[in-house]
Design a protein around this ligand. Structure first.
Ligand code: MG
Length: 373
């Protein structure tokens, strides 16, 4: 029986091109991530990535230690076709650390796919879409720099833009939204993300102001735990409310559905901690008629390949994705070739497993390895 014979784990750091100001954890310079390389007894290599963000889900250093110390003994010797069984063992052996478990699960799927010539989307039931609309986040401290980017992107077919509101003053937000609608009209599909910036006290007046710019959704206006306020906004506003920080996993979604606290959710593999977990989350969302949006943290090419495969096979994630980092933010990535973006959409890659190639050369040339075991 084919089993996992080797595990290597890398803590890496990648430089980013542009500053990102999003209200929490402003990012400048570099981002840290963890990569896992599993090798099967017949020599098939699979990759996975854990990309936590310290202000959101946890630290890359903790994910590295979780894999190196606690998950390694469970993974070595695991049959390559028993991914769910390995997931149950990891759940029993280690609390939390969803990103670390996701990285292992992704590498297992990559190996299983490569062993039988199927993509991860195929293994999850097959594709329901071949491309995914791509959203770019307007989060540069310089709004003018973002406007220049939009002027280049819109003529190339890019439609979805998510403005990080609540970082600057409300007056600035209104001015920026007006400038975007004046410049591009309805050619752009505008979404707003407050990243929990508002307090429930007084929030409704602010949200009514931005409502007039006809955003497709308003993401996470208030702190994670303020579900009653989220429910009142969802009831009072025409614009749908999308839960991001309020919805990490299926349990969170059950509560959101019960309270009608959101009209849509942001699904992030790093929040939910696995591809199976993400599909379980979307099963509940589908029943409640709550569409999903493919969110991301500071993920690199391997994690976004997993996200792309997941969305390709999951009908309910119908609001597009924000997998723009490799093309627009990270200066380099560890993939031999980036996943293609065309006409403002992410093209689901053909090819087995993740559908991407990572080599030792592409890893060592394109990332700074801080620690390797
Ligand atoms: Mg968000």
């Amino acid at each position: 029986m084919e089993t996992i014979s080797a595990l290597r784990v890398f803590l890496i750091e990648s430089p980013i091109k542009m500053a990102r100001q999003q209200g929490v954890g402003d990012v400048k310079g570099t981002v840290k991530r963890v990569l896992v390389e599993l090798t099967s007894s017949s020599g098939i290599v699979g990759w996975g990535e854990a990309a936590p963000w310290e202000v959101f889900t946890g630290t890359a250093e903790a994910a590295f230690a979780a894999i190196d110390v606690y998950l390694r003994p469970l993974v070595i010797g695991a049959p390559v076709d028993r991914i769910r069984a390995l997931g149950l063992k990891m759940k029993k052996a280690l609390v939390g650390h969803g990103e670390a478990k996701l990285a292992i699960e992704t590498a297992m799927f990559d190996i299983l796919g490569k062993s039988c010539g199927l993509s991860i989307a195929d293994l999850l039931g097959g594709r329901v879409r071949d491309t995914i609309p791509l959203s770019f986040s307007i989060a540069d401290p310089s709004f003018e720099a973002d406007m220049e980017r939009m002027k280049e992107m819109v003529p190339n077919g890019h439609r979805l833009f998510k403005v990080k509101t609540g970082v600057k003053s409300h007056r600035d937000d209104l001015r920026h939204l007006e400038a975007i609608r004046n410049a591009f009209g309805d050619a752009v599909d505008l979404r707003l993300d407050y990243n929990q910036a508002l307090e429930p006290f007084g929030a409704i007046a602010i949200l009514r102001d931005v409502d007039r710019f006809r955003p497709t959704f308003i993401e996470q206006p208030v702190p994670r735990e303020c579900l009653a306020a989220m429910a009142s906004f969802a009831a009072d506003l025409d614009t749908p409310i999308l839960a991001d920080e309020s919805c990490f996993d299926a349990r969170d979604l059950m509560e959101i559905v019960r309270l009608q606290a959101a009209d849509a959710i942001s699904v992030k593999l790093m929040k939910v901690g696995g591809l199976f977990n993400a599909q379980a989350l979307m099963a509940i969302a589908d029943l409640a008629h709550v569409p999903g949006y493919g969110g991301t943290l500071w993920e690199g090419g391997v994690a976004l390949a997993a996200g792309t495969q997941f969305i390709a096979a999951t009908p309910g994630v119908s609001l597009g994705c924000e997998f723009y980092m490799p093309h627009h933010v990270l200066t380099e990535d560890v993939l031999e070739a980036k996943i293609e973006n065309r006409n403002g959409e992410v093209v689901v890659p053909d090819g087995p497993g993740l559908g991407v190639i990572v080599s030792q050369a592409s890893l060592r040339e394109n990332a700074r390895i801080l620690c390797e075991r």
